[in-house]
Design a protein around this ligand. Structure first.
Ligand code: FES
Length: 69
């Protein structure tokens, strides 16, 4: 049985999605994830490889702590 899908919001960083999932663009086309079962999605807006995080949040000093509620 596959791992359940999980989305983890990192403090001052990306959202890591892992488990069994399909990532689609705005037209409903699936990204080729080449078998990866985890990706980090940019939420700072500075990645040069959107929707994926490329580490730019560190250079840009992105600050965001999101607490569950
Ligand atoms: S969250 Fe990492 S580059 Fe945007």
């Amino acid at each position: 049985m596959a791992d359940p899908t999980e989305a983890l919001i990192f403090d001052h960083g990306p959202i890591k999605v892992s488990g069994e999932f399909v990532l689609k663009d705005g037209q409903g086309r699936a990204f080729d994830l080449s078998g990866r079962d985890a990706v980090a999605l940019c939420r700072c807006g500075h990645s040069g490889n959107k929707p994926f995080c490329d580490g730019s949040h560190k250079v840009q000093g992105f600050q965001s702590v999101t607490e569950a509620r």
